[in-house]
Design a protein around this ligand. Structure first.
Ligand code: ADP
Length: 452
């Protein structure tokens, strides 16, 4: 057990109906404003004492100043203890208790400021009365900002400070003081109403933040759970699948099977290969989505990479009678991860062969991209893709209807390619015409040796 807990952990859940997080936020905002409000009220008090001492006499001024200094010291001590508690000096941080302490300090301060209208009020002196009214009105306006997080404290403070002033002005009975008294009452009402509105806004904002945080945490944990599930499932599936494929191959090589049985074994192997490809791609996608894919970025010459892909593609190209031309790449080079770029290239070339017409053509070339950049393009003379289907192209498991045909696939290859290209700081796109063919392109940061 750690002996010291973090500030957030130390917040006890308050049982007064509001959530602990909202009270903690209120406490944070209130104590944050204490220092500046103490400083400005000390300046105001100094000026008030200095100016009113000429007209109300020394004794009331000294009494009020002594009370003011006493509450100021009290609030300074409170602020210091709050900061110590917040930074881990106290074993438990109880927000509700700190809110109560703040309110007690504020009540004392408001009583002292209310007393200003009794002790420092100059009878029959309009100029000094107006100055006192201005001082207290300014103080109240400032309090609205610093106490906005707690409308009960703010309303109490305003009433305690302004009602004695209104009472004294009204009791002058006539002329400007009477009018000022009425105005102070209106002003006080306005401020109290605004205090409630400010406080509601702050609490609503906090609630929205909390809801957002909770939703984000839930989404993150669901995503993590999904990735863990997918990767463990993929591992669990691959082991028995490899055994099935291995034994099917053994059966196939033996002489004991007749032709029909050989066909059955081939079916098993084909279905197994398909399942293995699916499992591998799901594993790849979950790795990419959980950010676990490590990239080694270096300069990769595209023509070299295409050369390395050719032996892997030849059987498929022969099966579909497709001609592949890789001579159009010039000195194109990208800053990319060699293995992952090869994976993308293989995927796009495989598609260009699979979704082609018998005796069709596939060729690699360079296309102009945005800002003078160059793109690696893979074009085919195949089936093409209808314009209305293009937006669905990079959606996982969406085969755009190819699942109804005989061409095998999983519908994840392009999604994986796009994510890999984006992770390497690039972009991937397609141009296609139904019945004429497609061009898939990738644009990546240029490598050394490629003129931009
Ligand atoms: P898969 O090929 O395994 O189905 P992909 O994610 O690679 O999955 O491709 C998704 C779909 O996009 C394919 O099923 C196919 O309908 C379409 N497609 C991809 N490449 C081409 C292409 N070169 N020409 C026509 N259609 C294509």
């Amino acid at each position: 057990m750690p002996s010291r807990l973090g500030a957030a952990q130390r917040m006890k859940v308050a049982d007064d109906g509001k959530s602990a997080a909202i009270i903690a936020e209120q406490v944070r905002l209130l104590y944050e404003g204490v220092q500046s409000s103490m400083l400005s009220s000390a300046i105001l008090a100094g000026i008030l004492v200095f100016l009113q001492s000429d007209v109300v006499g020394l004794y009331p001024v000294i009494t009020w100043a002594a009370l003011f200094v006493a509450t100021l010291i009290g609030r300074m001590i409170l602020l210091r203890s709050y900061r110590r508690a917040l930074h881990g000096m106290a074993p438990i941080f109880d927000s509700a208790r700190w809110l109560l302490r703040f309110r007690v300090g504020l009540v004392l301060a408001s009583i002292v400021w209310g007393l200003a209208s009794i002790l420092l009020f100059p009878n029959q002196n309009l100029a000094h009365q107006t100055f006192l009214a201005f001082t207290l009105a300014g103080l109240s306006a400032g309090a609205i900002a610093t106490l906005a997080a707690d409308h009960i404290a703010a309303s109490f403070f305003l009433l305690m400070v302004l009602s004695p002033l209104a009472f004294r002005l009204l009791s002058e009975g006539q002329g400007i003081p009477l009018a000022m008294g009425v105005m102070v009452i209106l002003y006080c009402g306005l401020l109290v109403a605004n205090a409630k509105r400010f406080c509601r806004d702050i609490i609503e904002r906090k609630l929205a933040e909390l809801a957002l945080d909770t939703a984000r945490l839930q989404a993150e944990s669901a995503n993590r759970a999904k990735s863990v599930f997918l990767s463990s499932m993929s591992h669990e599936l691959r082991t028995p699948l490899n055994a099935i494929l291995g034994f099917a191959q053994l059966l196939d090589t033996g002489d004991s099977l007749n032709d029909e049985q050989h066909d059955f074994v081939n079916e098993i192997m084909q279905a197994g290969q398909h399942l293995l490809a699916l499992v591998n791609e799901v594993l790849d996608l979950s790795k990419i989505e959980s950010g676990k894919l490590d990239l080694l970025i270096e300069t990769v010459v595209c023509a070299d990479l295409a050369e390395h892909c050719m032996p892997l593609l030849r059987p498929l190209a022969t099966k579909f009678a497709i001609n592949i031309n890789i001579n159009g790449l010039g000195n194109l080079a990208f800053r990319a991860d060699r293995i992952r770029l090869k994976q993308v290239m293989l995927n796009l070339l495989t598609n260009a062969i699979k979704y082609n017409r018998p005796g069709g053509l596939v060729w690699l070339h360079v296309m102009a991209g945005r800002g003078g950049r160059k793109r690696l393009a893979i074009s085919d003379t195949g089936l093409g893709i209808a314009t209305d289907k293009l937006p669905m192209l990079f959606q996982p498991f969406n085969r755009l209807g190819a699942e109804a045909g005989t061409i095998e696939g999983t519908g994840i290859g392009l999604v994986i390619c796009q994510r890999i290209v984006e992770m390497m700081g690039g972009e991937m796109g397609v141009e296609s015409q139904l019945g004429k063919g497609s061009t898939f392109w990738i644009e990546l940061p240029p490598g050394e040796g490629t003129a931009e």
